[in-house]
Write a protein of this length. Structure first.
Length: 178
């Protein structure tokens, strides 16, 4: 089995100055913009995630295919505002028409009731590894791509002072199956 090849590396400064440079990076940028919108329901369930995608959350819970976007709506719907600063983006090319995009990001979150024009309530470093490949749905998707697998790592413990213990962000179970 051949090893993946480094296709691209962008620092956060490169990303901010020049924007995404490849189809996978443009797809990822469209996703990053979508999840910070105040109304996530404007995006179809499968626009970003393939029907067989698996989202591996940092707390050991997996969300599959059609469960993913409704969970994201619930998860990010808890926040008054969400912004991201990109630190670095690596893109690895595979032989099967997929890429692995590895992003280091600082996620800025405004808790409910906070002034969204003030500084964020909390800023959390995160790492996201994504397998991105050709779309599996007939609907138009950004760049004709979708997530096939996503692994997310972020320290949600830093949110504990600002969110109730039963908030979706802390849930140790798949909230789409409750």
């Amino acid at each position: 089995m051949p090893l993946p090849r480094l296709k691209s590396f962008l620092s956060g400064a490169d990303w901010a100055k020049n924007g995404p440079q490849t189809p996978a990076q443009r797809f990822y940028a469209a996703y990053a913009m979508a999840i910070k919108e105040s109304d996530l329901t404007t995006h179809g369930n499968h626009q970003f995630y393939s029907k067989n995608a698996v989202f591996h959350n940092q707390n050991g819970v997996n969300y599959c295919g059609p469960e993913i976007w409704p969970w994201i709506i619930k998860l990010f719907g808890q926040f008054a505002r969400l912004e991201h600063d990109f630190i670095s983006i690596w893109e690895l090319e595979n032989d099967d028409d997929t890429v692995h995009l590895i992003a280091q990001i600082t996620r800025h979150i405004w808790a409910p009731g906070s002034d969204i024009n003030a500084s964020p309530t909390v800023s959390i470093p995160l790492s996201m590894t994504c397998e991105i490949g050709p779309s599996t749905t007939p609907e138009k998707t950004p760049e004709g791509l979708q997530f096939h697998n996503v692994w997310l790592y972020w320290d949600t413990y830093l949110l504990q002072p600002y969110f109730p213990k039963d908030a979706i962000v802390f849930s140790p179970v798949n909230v789409q199956k409750e």
